[in-house]
Design a protein around this ligand. Structure first.
Ligand code: T46
Length: 132
């Protein structure tokens, strides 16, 4: 299973760092939605679902967390610890986000607007879906 992690280019000078993300240049899709999560409690696991068609880039812009990806046959754990790295999460991929540091802000760039019908929230249903 191939994990695609982007290393974005920080524009640093004596004032600090700045990262700019442009759709189709730095991000491989049109960005239709941005959301982020913070104040995630200790021991919390988020996600636990897959998407039928949504593509996303996950960036932990502050603090750290871990992402577990599962394509139905293989699992990989990817730590996100830097504000200039982005994890590409394709459709048909089960995901879990966990081990959030108390200061973690996980920002997500998404290729589609929010659509509950795109979610697969049952793992067995996910396995059936990817077999088709
Ligand atoms: C994903 C992972 C990485 C909205 O109203 N609009 C939105 O765009 C989103 C993402 C969520 N919501 C509402 C729906 C729920 O009532 O916010 C609440 C929490 O959403 P959810 O439980 O789906 O959050 P996570 O952290 O489990 O999953 C989220 C995304 O939903 C999902 O697409 O891939 O982050």
């Amino acid at each position: 299973m191939q994990v695609v992690k982007y290393m974005f280019q920080p524009h640093g000078d004596e004032r600090g760092q700045l990262v700019a993300l442009e759709e189709f240049n730095d991000i491989p899709f049109k960005i239709k939605r941005v959301y982020y999560m913070y104040d995630t409690g200790e021991g919390v696991v988020r996600g636990n679902h897959a998407h039928k068609s949504l593509e996303q880039i996950l960036i932990c812009i502050h603090g750290s967390c871990k992402i577990k990806l599962d394509n139905g046959t293989e699992q990989k754990v990817v730590p996100l610890e830097k504000p200039y790295e982005g994890l590409y999460v394709a459709n048909n991929m089960w995901r879990e986000m966990y081990d959030f540091s108390s200061d973690a802000v996980l920002m997500v760039l998404a290729s589609e607007l929010y659509d509950e019908n795109d979610y697969i929230r049952d793992y067995n249903e996910f396995i059936d879906f990817i077999k088709k």
